[in-house]
Each structure stands twice: as C-alpha cells, then as structure tokens.
Design a protein around this ligand. Structure first.
Ligand code: ZN
Ligand code: ZN
Length: 345
C-alpha cells in the first residue's frame, strides 16, 4: 500500500509499505477513508518533535472503516465506521482513569509520530477500544473527520476555561482550533464570543459564520481597549489563547477580567514571560495543556444535534495520491488554508 513517510529534515516521500497487521489483542486495522494534515505534521518534518522517528508514516487525524480487529476489542466490530483519537491511550493507568489521557503512561501521541500513522491506505490503531469512536449513521465521514484532534482541542480550550451561561469568551487565534473553541463555548452557554486574529480573512469568516459576535484585528485595533469597551471595563470572563504568536500570551492575561481563567492551548516556539508584579491582584487562573481528547462520542452527538460543525474547516480536497501537493498547499500561508481533506480511491 502507499504511505507518506517523514523521510528526513524538510523531506517527505510517498512510498510503498506492507499493509499493517494486528500485533496486539487491542489493535484494529482501519481502512482510511478520509484524513487530514495537521500543523503538528509540519512540526515533525521541521524536526521540532523530539519523539518523532524518521521513516514513520505521518498523520493522526482520520476517519475510516475497521477491517480487522484484535481479540480483546469488544466494543467495536469489523465494518464499523470510526473516528480516530489523535492520542493513543490505555484507559487503565492513573492518568487515563482521571481523564488525563494526554499523559497516559502507556500511550500518548504515537500515531504518525513514533508508529505508522494514517496518511496511508491502512493504519494499525493500538488500544483501538479506547481510541476509536463509532460514527453515528446520520453523520458522514466528512462531518466526523476532525472530532479526535482539532475539534477535541477546541473543546478542551473551552472546557479548561469552565465556560458558563452568559460568559463573554475571548478567543485569540481564529484558525481551526479557535473556530472549534468558539462553537463549543457557545454550546456551553457563552453569551458573547470575541474573536481575535491578525488575519482579516479569518476574522471575516468567523464573523460571517456567526462563530464570533465581535472580532478584533490587533494590527489595526487596540485589543485591550476594545475588550474593555465591550465588557464595561471588566475584561473577558474566559480567555482561550490558541494563537501562539509573539505577544499573544501577554494579550491573553491583559484582556482577562480579574479572577478569570486563561487557557493556553497554543504551542509556543519560545518561552513566555509571566509579569507577576503587573498581574498582582488580578488573581488569574492559568491553565495550560495539550488536549485530553476524551469527549469524542459527545462531540459526535453535538455535531448530530447541529450544535457544532467542522465542515467549514475543509478548505480544499486532494486525492491521497497527491498528498505531497496537499502538504505544499497546506503549508503555504498565501493559500489561507484552514485544513485540507485527503480522499482515498
Ligand atoms: Zn494534530
Ligand atoms: Zn493510560
């Protein structure tokens, strides 16, 4: 079968690999029907992911059909349409039992990083009984594609902030994660969403789609003043920092109201400064995190109920055989691409 591997620094290649087979009793073999490229894949190619192994098939965001199952998997059947979790987790260790699956002692982000991932025709999924979720019959593969990674990350941001009925939620970064956070925050009862981004095209999109009620472009507006104006000088009840830009961390705590939760889901390339003297008395709660993608079934239900939708994220479709072109397209900032979807067949 064809598989896209991380060949070397800044190099990928579509190669021939044997079709994977069951190795452990909790494995599943999934025929991939739709997959995507994640910014984390670009981080691997650029050498920024220490655990990544050269030669590994990339990709961890996908949906597909189960074609083979290990003996110990009792909650799934061959032929099931499934959405995959970006994290591999055992469900049994201390961290899994407390919902912190990102820190699973026996798993973590492995697929497409240290073991062969989904940018191939077939993929072996370890701990399939915890990592795969059946897609409801009423939903298409397209509708379920982002559940286990981008949508889970967006939900995680809103969840970390403990969004309550009536809250004003500021989301820094109107990319795929930010768009998902906005929708999840609304579904959790947020009254007003403020979208912040320097990319005007993304701001226009989130405004037009109604994901954000107000948008702010820090290139042309003073973010702190506008947020103060909107909130009666109080600040936002919840802040989700999903941008990871040069000064977005500083913006995040500055626009938060006293005693707010500031959730940092962005990945930074540099250390950030906590200016404690300036913050003193603001009594902020900071939460940081890599997604605990434990709500996949719930998120599928929310999509089914039309509470949220990720369809808007698919900027362009490519055939899997053209995946190298898809990488180029996704990585080129001029294309303003949110996500690409790779079709098989
Ligand atoms: Zn990802
Ligand atoms: Zn575990």
């Amino acid at each position: 079968m064809k598989a896209l591997i991380w060949k070397d620094l800044h190099k990928i290649e579509l190669v021939e690999k044997p079709r994977p087979s069951i190795q452990n009793s909790r494995d599943a073999i999934v025929k991939v029907t739709l997959s995507s490229i994640c910014t984390s894949d670009l981080h691997i190619i650029n050498g920024a992911v220490p655990n990544a192994i050269k030669g590994t098939t990339l990709g961890h965001e996908f949906v597909g059909e189960i074609v083979e199952l290990g003996d110990a998997v009792k909650n799934l059947s061959v032929g099931d349409r499934v959405s995959a979790n970006c994290e591999t987790f055992c469900g049994e260790c201390y961290f899994c039992k407390h919902g912190f699956i990102n820190n699973c002692s026996n798993g973590g982000w492995k697929l497409g990083c240290s073991i062969d991932g989904c940018q191939a025709e077939y993929v072996r999924v370890p701990f399939a009984d915890t990592g795969l979720t059946k897609i409801p019959v009423s939903l298409s593969y397209e509708e379920a594609l982002f559940v286990g990674d981008i949508l889970s990350s967006g939900y995680f941001g809103a969840e970390l902030c403990c969004v309550k009925e009536g809250d004003t939620v500021a989301v820094i970064g109107c990319g795929p994660v930010g768009i998902c956070t906005m929708q999840c925050a609304k579904a959790m009862g947020a009254q007003k969403i403020i979208g912040i981004d320097t990319n005007q095209i993304r701001l226009d999109l989130v405004k037009a789609k109604g994901y954000a009620d107000v948008v702010i472009n820090p290139n042309t507006q003073n973010t702190v003043s506008v947020v103060n104006e909107i909130t009666g000088n109080k600040g936002a009840d919840c802040v989700v920092e999903a941008a990871g830009g040069k000064d977005t961390f500083q913006t995040a705590w500055q626009i938060a109201r006293a005693n707010a939760v500031v959730a940092i889901v962005a990945m930074y390339e540099e250390n950030q400064v906590l200016p404690l003297p300036q913050m003193y008395g603001k009594n902020l709660i900071f939460k940081t995190g890599g997604v605990d993608a434990v709500h996949c079934a719930k998120l599928l239900k929310m999509i089914e109920n039309n509470d949220i939708s990720t369809n808007v994220l698919i900027s362009k479709y490519f055939n899997f055989k053209d995946i190298e072109k898809a990488y180029e397209y996704f990585a080129n900032k001029n294309n303003n691409c949110l996500k690409v979807a790779l079709k098989y067949d």
